[in-house]
Design a protein around this ligand. Sequence first.
Ligand code: NAD
Length: 273
Amino acid sequence: DPSNGSLPQKYRLKNSVCIVTGAARGIGFGIALRLALEGAAIVALIDVRQNELDDAASRLERELRHTLGNEDTRIVFYGLACDVTKLEEVTNTFRHVAANLSPNNRIDILVQAAGIVGQTNRMTHQVEPEDFDLVMSVNVKGIFNGCHACLPFMLEQNYGRIINIASIAGKEGNAGMLAYSTSKAAVIGLTKTIGKEYALNGITCNAIAPAVVRTKMVDDMPEEQVKYMTDKIPMKRCGKVEEIAALVAFVASEEAGFTTGFCWDATGGRSVY
Ligand code: NAD
């Protein structure tokens, strides 16, 4: 079954230096694995959940060796605790990756999956203003911070791939999820803008808009809200982490070079323009 990630094109991202935010679990974790299976030299795992990062790094190393066989024993994954809402932390962490982990002072690929859903299953007049601010700070400011920190490296090397995980909620709007839907629409606007600004610099910036994928984020949501989202999917199933990761790997590859400022849906048919 190619959709379960068992047939990666192992060397498509050979020697790339990658950063994945929100990589301690869920979609970010699955993306980190896929980038390594495609031949990435380094995958820096960024997450605010410090305790889970070390475990994630060793689980990923095991998974990678298991799939590739022990042909290659380099260390690929480095867990780096960092809160994406704090620009200074993000900048220092990215500089550390380029200066100390990257073999050539490069950052080739940035995938931003760190995100929170905030309060759900409530109408806009019931939304707590603090929750709105929190969701915007992680999902929008966090993505801005990552772009701001990696672009100087990408400009210097005249190459880069930025992939921001948005959501179909950002295109369609999910009732009961005002802050989240608003934040993901902002991610799409940011992505389109950066795509245009750096079009002559070898840098592409794209977004991915998944529908429901059964991760901890979704498991923690009220069942009613999950049903509302899942019922809208024509394929009548949730997406798999591997299906999102496979799309990210393609968009992160050199061969996807003519597409930028675009939002790719992975929604089982729940796509909108
Ligand atoms: P998840 O909660 O399992 O993982 C998110 C990760 O981001 C966690 O490890 C968390 O610690 C990290 N994170 C949160 N705040 C952070 C911060 N300030 N700094 C650094 N890391 C932080 O969720 P997931 O389902 O894997 O979601 C990943 C991304 O995909 C999110 O942006 C989410 O909005 C998006 N998305 C998810 C779905 C879905 O159905 N699961 C659908 C569409 C989009």
